[in-house]
Design a protein around this ligand. Sequence first.
Ligand code: SAM
Ligand code: SF4
Length: 336
Amino acid sequence: MTPFRLEDRFGRVATDLRVSLTDRCNLRCTYCMPAEGLDWLPDDVTLTDDEVVRLITVAVERLGVDEVRFTGGEPLVRRGLVDIVARTREAGERLGRPLELSLTTNGLGLARTAASLAAAGLDRVNVSLDTVRAETFAEITRRDRLHDVVAGLEAAAEAGMTPVKVNAVLLRDVNDDQAGELLDWCLERSYELRFIEQMPLDAQHGWSRSTMITAEEILERLGRTHTLTPAVEPRGSAPAERWLVDGGPATVGVIASVTRPFCGDCDRVRLTADGQVRTCLFAREESDLRTAMRAGADDAELADRWVTAMRGKAAGHGIDDPTFLQPDRPMSAIGG
Ligand code: SAM
Ligand code: SF4
């Protein structure tokens, strides 16, 4: 079997697969979805555990993927998660190529599952936490569950999935005055904090450039309480720019997808919970592997379709382009 590579027209090679396991979620972050939730994907179009594992295996065995991140929606609400992680780990081991496996989660229920996930072969977790104040947490997520996230983070560290990373979004006049406080809280616990610029991917189409907190503003807020100096190591394809905090060794990251795009170094490709390949968060086109798979396509044909999909990857997300249109799928249905 000759392995293909997921190479696009601009010479970028995707080796990092983001797999959305569900579009459902038990929080309602204001920058992500409306209070009433969304019209979730029907069960019959959602990939089964076997189908997800099969497509991941095609990507690993035939397409050179060496890193898999499970996301959603909220991946911890997917019942088969531990089994999917274990079977993905096995797919890598069969090839003698250890995969890097990670999870992006809101942390609810992680206290219960962290040990099993680690035992199944999960290496790392990124937990989303925008504030350590209970009232601000409830305002942003519309749920009073801060304590669950804190317990989930502790369990992840105890299970050895370190360094535990924390993802935060700052919202103007909601939590943008709490950046330094969140950083201190993370430093005390040895969690690696990264701030993400808010992107035009919310289901309500409420994003506005004029109100988003830019990377420059994030650094200014952090600079009120800490001294930041650029970390010297090359960033490679990592989305976060890292800064040493108060001389280091601790660091803080900023993912400036909007104001300092890093599309030229992108090594990611996405698979949605209903089996569509997306070459970019902001892509307006998808390639349907589910229908092909259910119609009887063999692994070679699925790999071939995936390679073809990659040829359509755009050079950049184009948020600054006057013709930019937000994709129809929101972040929660793409897999962040
Ligand atoms: N539910 C999980 C979570 O919250 O971590 C995984 C999915 S969520 C879509 C993945 C990440 O995307 C989270 O860190 C979340 O804060 C971030 N996110 C969601 N909507 C966003 C937006 N409009 N702009 C920037 N980041 C966003
Ligand atoms: Fe759910 Fe994650 Fe979206 Fe928040 S950001 S509503 S936790 S999918």
